[in-house]
Design a protein around this ligand. Structure first.
Ligand code: ADP
Ligand code: ZN
Ligand code: ZN
Length: 802
């Protein structure tokens, strides 16, 4: 085997294309599937993944691999195959599907260094190369022409380690450890040989005679109140020894988390867990839809299922939405499984993510809890995959490859022959319909574990408030409830359902709305900087004093931002203290956790926030939940807007009265009769499901039809229209008659960053070859894409229709 097939990091003309390269002498026996290599590609050097090794190539003269980037494969055979599957399913390039599986640090070819471990014994050649240094660049090794095996052996023996430099910062962290170099009785002898005035040295030796365990140097210096130089003298005398050891940057202090143990299950929990455990025991694949109301103990079910998997020596992947990957949630898993848990989410630094990923790769943990991309965790013996809050749209990646974590989970579940558990209080219509048909197993928890009823929801008609002369954004009822709640020393959660809302600027005289000059969308007002910003491109400008159209000075901002609600709230109820949580206040790392901790410690009466507060939070003292604008998403051009409204109202209501105190929910709306609001207030999922299914059927939407959305953009409007038309025509020729192709129409946001956007929507029931048709049509556009900056995005089962 001296030829490899490589998937290279270039937009190839065909989605499945690999390129053949020769393995040069010095990489023989080193290269394995799933390793990254650098290869020549035209005049360039590019990164690629080795996906196959073969003996013969049908191509003539082959170029050689330039470099091997990994000591161990970064992708397993299963993940390589999965990458191919993801690429096919999402009609995207295999290289992007493979890269999405890796931590950022491994996606690019960062500079590398070789670090020598202090206690290492190196081969003479390597010793010469290091020439007394602790660190050399990887290039030095390459230039030396030493056989690659020497290096990989040294890595395997733990004598050297290879590190990636991320923005000139070392990705791995080391601490220096000090330990005695000789047994205690020899140290005692040496102590006598030391000079009389070498007090500090003697103290140090005495310490190690008592405590022969290795100790971190920093701790030692502090503990013994001694200096570096004293330690160095003893190191030189070879009485002590030092070495580096890797510190994983652990953002959660495991030691501070209280251990928990399996609770005796409720009757309902015991019933739903039974078939799950059975599939695990029998190594069978199945998909369970765990439909459980908030507080019904779904998480405890997950924990006990995972317990079984761990005992079997297998691994578990748990996905939770980014937004609810709160410290509270993490603590529940770490509390049960301790350091056997890796956590992956976007708030970690690149280095931290890489650490967690390697703990998984090295099988140092059996459980990973993470957001969407954790579905690609490089486990090799998966026993269960759990997706909590399965209805969350953040499980769909809105970028190439546009995969849905649920689909990937089921694919991996089939490969590993293990169950997949989808949990939610408000499942998607797609999943619930599958469960209703028996494709998934439905498991229901309809009681809270504390036997408490769900908090009553009261709907307030804001139109009536206006008629009664109340022009504030708080109804009289909500205002009174907040005051009562605070007086009792209890706390309030206020949700500003803000999606689709923004603080736009409008002239009261002429109605002119300030729009971004590059995108057809209103600019958003940011109070702190007094700037208008575009949320689609980075354009910004100062808030104007006069209307640019009519020069009137009555230009004002409208809409309800969290900041404005906070101001209004403190005006209305001055005694209330408020913590505001939105993208602005949680941007800094750890800010999210700090704000929640402050609220948990009762440092504020009210937690005011956007969607991010609706999920998963569990505060004992919260007895009132208020929703300020329940209908702000109902009128978006999105067929899922009723479903989303139902989901968020149900989720946020579940935040009240979870413990001993009774809770109340007040929902303010201008459309109190809308079925999604009415049914959410009654917690009536099944009527909502039936009602919504009828609409979906009537308007030919999922789950009755599948969708695919083609969006084409270009700076020239005529060109976009023509390209979109041509795309639609080519597709019409090959699909079935019953398949519907809508468009070309301008996208809901017709222009972003000066590029016009047109789209085609495909609605289909059964088109097994649709993905092949699409990628073939894409091939026909490859010249326009490469040379003329035409952009075509294909989104299978889209969530964002704009
Ligand atoms: P969900 O995830 O469905 O919203 P949780 O798992 O958070 O529900 O459970 C709600 C509360 O009930 C938690 O405080 C949890 O500790 C508690 N709980 C769960 N299962 C049990 C049980 N079997 N016995 C007692 N308390 C339980
Ligand atoms: Zn004006
Ligand atoms: Zn813009």
């Amino acid at each position: 085997m001296n030829i490899v097939k490589v998937i290279v990091d270039v937009p190839a003309s065909s989605i499945d294309q690999t390129f053949d390269y020769k393995i040069p002498e010095r990489f023989q026996d080193i290269i394995q599937l799933g390793m990254r290599v650098t290869v020549p590609f035209g005049p360039r050097k590019v990164m690629g993944f080795v996906v196959e090794t073969v003996n013969h190539s049908t191509f003539g003269k082959l170029k050689e691999i330039i470099d091997v980037l990994d000591i161990y494969p970064v992708l397993t055979k299963e993940l390589l195959d999965l990458g191919k599957w993801v690429a096919q399913q999402t009609v995207s390039l295999q290289i992007t599907a493979l890269q999405v599986m890796l931590p950022q640090v491994l996606k690019a070819t960062y500079k590398k260094e070789i670090v020598r471990m202090t206690s290492a014994t190196l081969s003479d050649e390597l010793e010469q190369l290091f020439a007394g240094r602790d660190v050399i660049t990887y290039e030095e090794f390459t230039a030396s022409k030493l056989p690659y095996v020497r290096l990989s052996k040294a890595v395997q023996d733990g004598d050297v380690s290879i590190e990636y430099l991320v923005k000139s910062r070392i990705t791995k962290k080391f601490k220096t450890m000090i330990r005695p170099a000789r047994p205690p009785h020899e140290l005692e002898e040496s102590m006598l040989d030391l000079a009389k005035n070498a007090k500090k040295q003697k103290q140090l030796l005495a310490f190690f005679i008592e405590n022969p365990e290795p100790i971190e140097k920093q701790k030692l210096l502090k503990h013994m109140n001694t200096s570096n130089s004293t330690v160095n003298i003893l190191l030189e005398k070879k009485l002590l020894d030092s070495y580096h050891t890797e510190v994983y940057r652990n953002p959660y202090q495991d030691s501070e988390i209280q251990r928990t143990f399996a609770l005796p299950l409720t009757v309902q929990q015991a019933k739903v867990i039974e078939p799950m455990k059975e599939t695990i025991e029998k190594n069978m694949h199945d998909v369970f839809l765990l439909h459980g109301i908030t507080g019904s103990g779904k998480t405890e079910v997950y924990l006990q299922v995972i317990q079984d998997v761990i005992l079997k020596g297998q691994e578990a992947i748990v996905l939770v939405p980014e937004i609810s990957l709160t410290p509270q949630m993490v603590r529940r898993f770490k509390g049960r499984f301790g350091s056997n848990v890796a956590v992956m989410h976007s708030a970690l630094s690149a280095g931290e993510k890489y650490d967690e990923w390697r703990r998984i790769q090295r099988k140092e943990v059996q459980v990973v809890v993470g957001a969407r991309s954790a579905i690609f965790a490089p486990f090799e013996n998966i026993g269960v995959i759990i997706i909590d809050e399965e209805h969350e749209t953040s499980y769909k990646q809105e970028d190439q490859p546009r995969y849905h974590a649920r689909d990937v989970a089921i694919q991996r579940g089939k490969t590993h022959q293990c169950p997949v558990i989808l949990g939610s209080a408000t499942p998607t219509l797609e999943s619930y319909a599958r469960a209703a048909k028996g494709v998934y197993q439905l498991a229901t928890l309809d009681k809270r574990t504390n036997e408490k009823a769900l908090p009553p929801v009261e709907i307030v008609d804001m139109r009536k408030e206006l008629h009664a002369g109340n022009r504030t954004m708080f109804s009289r009822k909500l205002k009174k409830a907040i005051i009562d709640c605070i007086e009792k020393g209890e706390q309030v959660v206020l949700l500003l359902n803000r999606r689709g809302y923004s603080t736009f600027v409008m002239c009261r005289d002429c109605g002119h709305v300030k729009e971004c000059p590059h995108c057809d969308i209103a600019l958003t007002y940011h109070k702190n900087s007094n700037q208008l910003k575009c949320h689609y491109c980075s354009y910004e400008e100062p808030m104007p004093l006069h209307c640019p159209e009519c020069n009137s000075d009555t230009i004002r901002y409208f809409g309800t931002g969290t900041q404005r609600v906070e101001e209004a709230l403190t005006q209305l109820i001055p005694e209330a203290s408020v913590i505001r949580m939105d993208v602005d206040t949680t941007r800094r790392k750890g800010a999210h956790e700090k704000l929640l901790n402050r609220f948990a410690n009762k440092e504020a009466d009210i937690l005011l926030g956007t969607q991010m507060i609706a999920k998963g939070l569990d505060f004992e003292n919260v007895t009132l939940v208020g929703v300020l604008t329940a209908d702000s998403m109902l009128h978006l051009p999105d067929f899922r807007s009723s479903e989303k409204t139902f989901q968020i109202l149900t989720q946020v209501s579940g935040r009240a009265g979870r413990h001993n105190l009774n809770g109340n929910v007040i929902v303010q709306t201008y459309t109190p009769d809308h079925y999604s609001i009415e049914l959410a207030s009654q917690y009536d999922f099944s009527t909502f499901y039936n009602t919504e299914m009828k609409m979906r059927k009537a308007f030919q939407y999922p789950p009755y039809f599948f969708l695919a959305l083609i969006t084409i953009s270009h700076v020239n409007q005529v060109k976009v229209v023509q390209a979109t038309q041509r795309f639609a025509q080519l597709l019409t020729k090959v699909v079935k008659d019953e398949t519907i192709i809508l468009g070309p129409t301008p996208s809901a946001i017709p222009r972003i960053k000066d590029r016009y956007r047109y789209q085609c929507m495909i609605k289909y029931r059964n088109e097994p070859d649709l993905r092949i048709y699409l990628s073939k049509i894409l091939d026909q556009f490859s010249n326009d894409i490469r040379k003329d900056d035409l952009f075509i995005s294909i989104d299978m089962q889209p969530y964002h229709l704009m």
